[in-house]
Design a binder for this molecule. Structure first.
Ligand SMILES: Cc1cc2nc3c(=O)[nH]c(=O)nc-3n(C[C@H](O)[C@H](O)[C@H](O)COP(=O)(O)O)c2cc1C
Length: 378
């Protein structure tokens, strides 16, 4: 029996296996509106057998987009073009999830292949994309060469919390069954959590509890509009990899605080906060963030998802079977092989032949396999 192919139930949602497609920004939306690209990009992972498919980081307000091409759910009209996505994923047996976020001081950025630097006049000329003013807990730029964001007022803070709540209501109306809040990789919620980016002296900063308040309030506000029977996940950067930044011990405490607000699982990533201090070296190796998922699970007592540099089916199986994580999330490997889950099932002996494949392709592949074997061709 494979642990990776055991279903898991969170609240009223049962996911058929422990494989999630990690959120992957496509930067292909126009004014935050989804289109056929998002449908095809996400749909292929459902056909490829993943139990949970996350739509990319989706902005809860227009100024919270990281790039001009980010997806958004800040107005009701953005629901309709996403309806085919949730319908298709659900019909093909995958649970549709969405990641809600706000870029904070990392807003108004060029797409990765345009330089991952702030949007300038040049972008307006080349692509008709204008820059906008970013907001953040403190007026500290993300990195050298970045403009200082505007420090958020109490009203700004309340309106962004409200925007998370409203976007959650829209996500439910769109048919998404799981929300993940993007509280990692140096985006707004993480900017509040980390002492690197949050130098406030009011109740939204100062000590650990103050810095954690925004994340807690976002969870609380989402729980008011997001149905009680649907799961809520937070993606956290377990460590900032920076001296004086967040450490895994802080994140264990944050996970406990979020669980008290009705958060059901922590997706355990790391890094991304920026700042002047030279980052500590993270040892990049397959599954390098699995130990964070393990600590959140055992020390905070919250279900966890492991992500990052995972591609080997056996390693994913061991992460779940060994009690280090309840689920795994894969991003780049899924781009390389959208059928990764189906291939993993075969490698782990979790499925008889091509049984888990959609019949439209599995039937043919099974037939070909028999023929190839009979003819001794492979
Ligand atoms: C194309 C691409 C887009 C991404 N966009 C997001 C995103 O929108 N939200 C997020 O939390 N992480 C994003 N990430 C990070 C992935 O979700 C994942 O955490 C990271 O790539 C490590 O997993 P991997 O080694 O399996 O790729 C993105 C990664 C890629 C490759």
């Amino acid at each position: 029996m494979s642990a990776l192919f055991e279903p898991i139930t969170l609240r009223d949602v049962t996911i058929k296996n422990r494989v999630a497609v990690s959120p992957m920004s496509q930067y292909r939306a126009r004014d935050g509106y989804a289109n056929d690209w998002h449908m095809v990009h996400l749909g292929r992972f459902a056909l490829g057998g993943a139990g949970l498919v996350f739509a990319e980081a989706t902005a809860v307000e227009a100024r919270g987009r990281r790039t001009p091409g980010d997806l958004g759910l800040w107005e009701d009209e953005q629901i309709e073009p996403l309806l085919p996505v949730t319908r298709f994923l659900s019909e093909e047996g995958a649970v549709p999830g969405i990641q809600l976020g706000h870029a904070g001081r990392k807003a108004s950025e060029r797409r990765p292949w345009h330089g991952e630097t702030p949007v300038t006049e040049e972008d307006a000329v080349l692509r008709g994309e204008k820059s906008w003013t970013a907001i953040a807990p403190s007026a500290i730029p993300y990195a050298d060469g970045w403009p200082a964001p505007q420090e958020m007022t109490e009203e700004d803070i309340q309106s962004v919390i409200e925007a998370f709540s409203a976007a959650a209501r829209r996500a439910a109306e769109t048919g998404f069954k799981i929300i993940e809040v993007y509280a990692a990789h140096g985006f707004l919620v993480h900017q509040f959590l980390s002492p690197v980016s949050n130098h406030r002296r009011d109740r939204w900063g100062g000590d650990v509890a103050g810095r954690r308040r925004f994340a807690v309030e976002v969870a609380r506000a989402i729980r008011k509009t997001w149905p009680e029977n649907l799961p809520l996940i937070f993606r956290l950067s377990a460590t900032d990899w920076v001296d004086g930044g967040l450490e895994i011990e802080d994140t264990v405490e944050t996970a406990r605080a979020l669980a008290r607000e009705g958060v059901d699982m922590i997706d355990c990533s790391s890094g991304g906060i920026g700042g002047k201090d030279r980052p500590r070296r993270m040892k990049l190796e397959q599954g390098f963030q699995v130990p964070f998922a393990a600590r959140i699970r055992s020390e905070a007592g919250v279900a966890s998802m492991a992500v990052g540099f995972l591609w080997d089916a056996g390693m994913c199986e061991r992460a779940v079977a060994g009690g280090n994580a309840d689920m795994v999330a894969l991003a780049r490997e899924m781009l390389d092989d959208p059928n990764w889950t189906l291939h993993a099932a075969a490698a782990l002996g979790a499925a008889d032949g091509h049984k888990l494949w959609p019949e439209e392709s599995g039937w043919w592949l099974m037939k070909r396999q028999r023929l190839v074997e009979k003819l001794g061709l492979r």
